[in-house]
Design a protein around this ligand. Structure first.
Ligand SMILES: Nc1ncnc2c1ncn2[C@@H]1O[C@H](COP(=O)(O)OP(=O)(O)O)[C@@H](O)[C@H]1O
Ligand SMILES: [Mg+2]
Length: 280
């Protein structure tokens, strides 16, 4: 599979496709004509330097920001999200950079926050929620947590990330988005989260993971997409890239190494030039 065309033809195999997404905040053009394909059962890594527009793009897919232009296609059909709830209803769940867990609440309470199950319409269905939370964590092979009744304040960074991911996948997720999931983690915890990301894709979910850690990215991603100053400058199979070409794309928006490869008989991974220097 390749994204060789610069025409924005939609990949029929993609669960989510963005075409020509624009987003500005007043005079700040955060995203310009962004195309992106996110297939099921694969890990797609979204890369870019600080300020490239990664978080804005994620918030647009999550229904937090409305795009100013372009199209979002879900399972091939155009969709419009006005709220995060509408994105969630389709099966899009996002683990944001700050995780947004409540420290004083336990794991079960966090996983059901705002979506508590009730008995007789009044009492919290504690047993039921506890079982569902435990089953979800076990299904993700998250085994290091001692008790699902411990407050999340007592968890390690990797465990917190796991709880946030479990909360995201518990609701019929088809696409899980993670913004910098390993940014604050040590080596062992990073390992745990990368394994978890891999398992999600192996279960058939589409995973979109934002990172600027190239070691992590090359370890876990099937596909790479690189943003530079709000434009998508390259995307394709991870095997079409090497670390040097990704660094060049992230820092300059182009890569000699990649374009020379793209002139050979393998399909080009680059889908767009960085915009002819007309950055607004
Ligand atoms: N709510 C906002 N209002 C104004 N500008 C914003 C807002 N959110 C992001 N930006 C700008 O959009 C650009 C992309 O930001 P962001 O997506 O957070 O970058 P990153 O790739 O580091 O996640 C930056 O120039 C940032 O300052
Ligand atoms: Mg960010």
């Amino acid at each position: 599979m390749s994204d060789g065309s610069g025409t924005g033809a939609v990949d029929p195999g993609a669960l989510l496709s963005l075409r020509g997404i624009d987003k500005n905040f007043g005079p700040v053009q955060a995203l310009t004509g962004v195309n992106l394909d996110v297939p099921a059962a694969q890990v797609t890594a979204l890369l870019g330097d600080n300020g490239a527009g990664k978080s804005v793009l994620v918030k647009t897919i999550s229904g937090i920001h409305a795009a100013d232009g372009g199209q979002i296609l879900w399972e091939g059909r155009p969709v419009h999200f006005r709220t995060p709830k509408e994105a969630t209803a389709l099966g899009i769940n996002t683990v944001f950079q700050d995780l947004a867990l409540c420290d004083n609440l336990d794991i079960v309470q966090n996983m059901f926050l705002g979506r508590e199950r009730r008995q007789l319409g009044v009492f919290l269905a504690e047993d039921e929620m506890e079982k569902a939370a435990a089953a979800t964590l076990a299904g993700l092979s998250v085994t290091t947590v001692r008790s699902i009744r411990q407050p999340v304040a007592s968890l390690s960074g990797g465990q917190r990330q796991s709880v946030a991911v479990a909360r995201a996948v518990m609701w019929n997720s088809k696409l899980v988005i993670m913004d910098e999931p390993t940014a604050a983690l040590g080596v062992a915890q990073t390992r745990m989260v990368l394994d978890l990301i891999r398992r999600l894709a192996d279960k058939g979910l589409a995973v979109l993971v934002i990172s600027h850690n190239l070691v992590d990215v090359f370890e876990v991603a099937d596909r790479l997409a690189v943003l530079y100053l709000g434009r998508m400058v390259a995307q394709g199979q991870a095997t079409d890239f090497d670390r040097q070409s990704v660094v060049e794309l992230m820092t300059t928006g182009t890569s000699i190494r990649l374009s020379s490869r793209a002139t050979g008989d393998s399909p080009p991974a680059i889908i767009a030039a960085p915009g002819g220097g007309s950055e607004g």
